[in-house]
Design a protein around this ligand. Structure first.
Ligand code: ZN
Length: 243
């Protein structure tokens, strides 16, 4: 309803959030990742908004923000408030335009019919609809180094990148099924030293030598169980920080 009255309502309200606006996208894991982020903000006592139970489309952002706004269109306490917004890949470009995020997190990118897309001039790493990370040297992206499609998003991108990934040989699997990102932008094949699942792992292009970036934050000693999961997660000294 609010969007019918004012199509710019998400921008007008969302951009009031001065404590950092984080957009989380990817094919798998975006709900878990955004809940972890919101949980950290909660634990740190930082005021924040999170589209936890709502839709991850722009409509859902509108519902979340309108509920917090007063009748004059102001969100009380917004100057210190952070926002964690989970969005699907298709909505990502619209979400970027509306929210002007400070930080963008991309978990992984799986796509169907890559062959078809590639023949029509697909550039490795583009998000749905050919969208790329929005330009702006002040922005920061948190990207999965283990996914070559995500890593390609950083090619020529001017902002800061904080790379994350897994370093645990025990977690690697043999024969993990069909790979989505089978070709580098140069047309070469990806080869894997380790594969965690699908096309995600320690990759390099056999033709041009592009390879998995060195990680800033690394998950090690991963233990997955029915009761929960644990891992070690050191961050490299001097790694780029996102806010
Ligand atoms: Zn290549």
């Amino acid at each position: 309803m609010a969007l019918r009255f004012d199509p710019g309502v998400v921008a007008a309200l969302g951009r009031q959030l001065g404590g950092g606006r984080v957009l989380v996208t990817g094919t798998n894991g975006k709900t878990t990742a955004s809940r972890l982020l919101a949980g950290m903000l909660e634990a740190a006592g930082r005021p924040h908004l999170h589209n936890r139970e709502g839709s991850n489309m722009v409509r859902g952002f509108a519902s979340l923000l309108v509920r917090r706004a007063d009748l004059l269109g102001r969100i009380p306490g917004a100057a210190d408030m952070a926002g964690v917004f989970e969005t699907d890949e298709a909505t990502f470009p619209a979400a970027v335009r509306a929210l002007d995020p400070d930080v963008m997190v991309v978990t992984n990118l799986f796509r169907d019919q890559l062959d078809l897309v590639r023949r029509s001039g697909y550039r490795g790493g583009a998000l749905a609809g050919g969208a790329e990370l929005p330009r702006g040297a002040m922005r920061c992206s948190v990207l999965n180094a283990d996914d070559p499609s995500v890593a390609a998003l950083a090619d020529g991108w001017p902002g800061r990148v904080h790379w994350f990934g897994i370093d645990d040989p025990a977690f690697a699997r043999e024969g993990t099924g069909a790979a989505d990102a089978r070709w580098c932008a140069c047309g070469g094949d990806y080869v894997y030293e380790r594969r965690y699942f699908a096309h995600v792992g320690w990759w390099r292009c056999a033709a041009c030598g592009r390879s998995r970036p060195a990680t800033d934050t690394t998950a090690r000693a991963i233990r997955l169980g029915l009761e929960g999961a644990s891992w070690e997660m050191p961050t490299a000294r001097g790694a780029p920080r996102c806010g």
